[in-house]
Design a protein around this ligand. Sequence first.
Ligand code: 5GP
Ligand code: ZN
Length: 134
Amino acid sequence: MAGGGISKVFAQMSPARGMLDAMDCLFCKIVAGTIPAKKLFEDEHAIAILDINPQAPVHVLAIPKKHVASLAKTDANDERMLGHLLNVVRELAVEQKLGNGYRVVINTGANGGQTVDHLHLHVLGGRAMHWPPG
Ligand code: 5GP
Ligand code: ZN
């Protein structure tokens, strides 16, 4: 095979492609525990961790355990997972005493400002948020 090699063969196979992406994914490594993070919550389907570079007094990331690159890569089969993440966020907000309100953000794709290609929900609170966002 010209100019290929085994990684190119794998990259052309979409399930294997997903596996390769997950092997190289920061949040998959945090889910697996191979990269440390301050975990606030964990269940069978999701974790919540403190953001390493907080943008508010409370800045938590809710992350599905399953590797999904972004909201744009989800489909109708992910409805339960997406709903579950919102339930996790609501419970976190109570636990973090965000009774005055909070903001939930899903940066998606390049224009959305997404920098880690594994779906995550930012939960920002502890101060008043501004609108419009930057
Ligand atoms: P995005 O820009 O993709 O919406 O959000 C990625 C978030 O992940 C950023 O807020 C960034 O601070 C956070 N982040 C990046 N690397 C790490 C890390 O190693 N540990 C933790 N806890 N958060 C991280
Ligand atoms: Zn991942």
